[in-house]
Design a protein around this ligand. Structure first.
Ligand SMILES: [Fe+2]
Length: 275
């Protein structure tokens, strides 16, 4: 333990029994142990909210968080837990964030993790994102590389970044676990300076696990250097927790701006499953 570089994971489904992540306290504790092995000192608990299946109001999340904190303390696991939510991009999102029923990062009212459907960008998305921004709440777009429309039309994402949205990639997209093409897309967006955070989006103690973040961090360090890897996995996560603005990577001169070419999107893992 403690051999991996320090990270803070800002997207993780570790709270038990709230969504499709950990189902039991035992599973959650196994995920916490995996996170510590991967160098994590903290995890933001981000259960699904408003995605049509799970609601998880803030009060419930805070209660579950307190329970798990106590369990980790009892098990002597040195891992900080912080409140949050992965909020589906729906019209009621801004009002739910403003009334506190949907949790922002560390409950500070400064930044919210926003999830899109996999295959579409819903009509009115820009209006909703604009409403959040006008209220001083920074949308952190969860894994846009896994959205079919944004992967195909990245200029739309670039426009959101210009407005002030921040970008969180999934660790397994960077590491290549989700395929070589998605890894190339992730690397390109990293080199363009579009990415602010990399997080595990872990749901289990193994496979989609918290320690995937350390593997992704090593990839980012290889591509962009140690400082960039630290910014995306430790410094910017700290800023989220403090409620301060995230820093952007400088665009990298190595960024390949040629089109990826072909109908490579057909090879994305969820597209394969849909066929
Ligand atoms: Fe998630």
């Amino acid at each position: 333990m403690g051999q991996e570089p320090a990270v803070i994971d800002v997207h993780c489904h570790i709270l038990p029994g709230l969504d499709d992540g950990a189902h039991t306290f035992e599973t959650a504790i196994d995920m916490a142990r995996a996170a510590v092995v991967g160098g994590a000192s903290g995890i933001v608990c981000t259960p699904h909210h408003l995605n049509g299946v799970y609601k998880n109001p803030g009060s419930l999340v805070l209660h579950a968080l307190a329970d798990l904190r106590q369990r980790l303390a009892d098990a002597d696991i040195p891992l900080g837990l912080f409140p949050g939510a992965e909020i589906h991009l729906v019209p009621e999102l801004p009002s739910r964030v403003l009334d506190g029923s949907a949790l922002t990062y560390n409950d500070r009212g400064k930044a919210a993790l926003v999830e899109l459907p996999k295959n579409t960008v819903p009509r009115g998305s820009e209006v909703i994102l604009g409403q959040l921004l006008r209220h001083g709440i920074t949308p952190v777009i969860a894994h846009p590389e896994r959205n079919l429309v944004l992967a195909r039309h990245p200029n739309r994402l670039a426009e959101w970044i210009d407005w002030g949205c921040k970008i969180q990639l999934t660790a397994q997209s960077c590491s290549g676990d989700f395929g070589e093409r998605l890894q190339r897309l992730s690397r390109r967006w990293l080199e363009l300076g579009w990415v602010h955070l990399v997080a595990s989006d872990a749901h289990r103690p193994t496979g989609r696990s918290p320690d995937t973040l350390s593997v992704a961090r090593a990839c980012v360090a290889e591509w962009l250097g140690e400082d960039a890897a630290t910014l995306l996995t430790l410094d910017n996560p700290r800023r989220l927790l403090e409620g301060t603005d995230l820093l952007a990577l400088p665009p990298c001169m190595r960024a390949d701006t040629t089109p990826l070419g072909g109908d490579w999107l057909r090879f994305l893992p969820w597209q394969r499953r849909a066929r």
